[in-house]
Design a protein around this ligand. Structure first.
Ligand code: MG
Length: 296
């Protein structure tokens, strides 16, 4: 309305009409202002329900703040040899410590010192061993080139503790998704403190300290699952508690469902997620039992 009044005023001033019409013509036929702006970012997300009653955020909320980007140091624990009390879960040669969910041999391919899901279908694979509280070292590399894939479709895998609690693996290098689903998130619950991703194709490290949830003799939850995660030497989760099982992975909570705890023994396995056969590579995996309960 304001500009219309301005135009009428100008048109009513003959001495300046030619100059004004020239400007008007330029204005009318030049490209719209928004075409010079960066295209709107495509951040997928949902607003089905709050993550928990009273939370500021919805589960998978696209509006949740994106974690700051931190460029990690060139190396941290890449190729770290296993400590003497660790169990080596994958040394680059075989999958003898792994199985699928039906207890059958793990069918991922092993080559050049890494393992990778076999398309088109593939399976999640899990350790034969179980531990209650542990330190886990895992190295992974995202598919390179990533192609035109974006968000949850871009190099998706995950560390699925007991097929219940996911630490997301995703290519979030210069790519955004809902923050509680990006690389390093406790999927559907808590984004990483920062985005410490390396470019696709580069080997990255996860050093994970896990504490299993505990229930008492009356079946009351007395300790939530808790995790600390370093990605490429950067703390991205610090003693973060799960609010329950991750949605959409193990059947306890449906995808986009409200998270809740389902009682289980403290001894848990470690699982690597097959997500639509995204070819994420893994290598150098070892685990140390922390024997936390024995200290009490
Ligand atoms: Mg995942």
């Amino acid at each position: 309305m304001k500009s219309k009044i301005s135009i009428q005023n100008h048109l009513g001033a003959p001495a300046r009409s030619l100059a004004f019409l020239a400007v008007l013509a330029m204005t009318s036929y030049s490209a719209p202002a928004q075409s010079n702006a960066a295209p709107a970012e495509r951040i997928e997300g949902f607003k089905d329900h709050l993550i928990y009653p009273g939370s500021k955020w919805y589960q998978h909320d696209a509006a949740r703040p994106q974690p700051d980007v931190v460029t990690p140091g060139k190396t941290f624990s890449q190729g770290a040899p296993a400590p003497s009390d660790a169990e080596v879960l994958f040394d680059g040669t075989d999958l003898s410590k792994w199985q699928n969910s039906r207890g059958q041999a793990a069918n991922w391919k092993v080559q050049d010192g890494y393992m990778e899901v076999v398309p088109p279908n593939g399976n999640d694979i899990r350790t034969k061993g179980k531990w209650s509280d542990f330190q886990l070292h895992v190295e992974f590399a995202e598919p390179n080139p990533p192609g035109n894939l974006h968000g949850q479709s871009r190099g998706n895998s995950g560390i699925l503790i007991n097929n219940m609690y996911e630490i997301q693996v995703l290519d979030s290098y210069q790519d955004k998704t809902y923050p509680d689903g990006q690389e390093g998130a406790l999927y559907g619950q808590m984004p990483p403190l920062v985005n410490a991703c390396k470019p696709p194709g580069e080997w990255q490290t996860y050093d994970i300290i896990w504490e299993s949830p505990r229930w008492n003799a009356q079946n009351e939850l007395i300790q939530k699952a808790c995790v600390t995660v370093l990605q490429n030497g950067v703390v991205i989760q610090h003693k973060t508690e799960y609010i329950g099982s991750t949605d959409g992975i193990g059947g306890q909570v449906a995808y986009r469902g409200v998270s809740k705890y389902v009682q289980h023994a403290p001894e848990v396995f470690v699982e690597l997620q097959n997500h639509n056969a995204n070819p994420v590579r893994f290598r150098n995996i070892w685990i140390r039992d922390l024997h936390l309960a024995e200290r009490q």
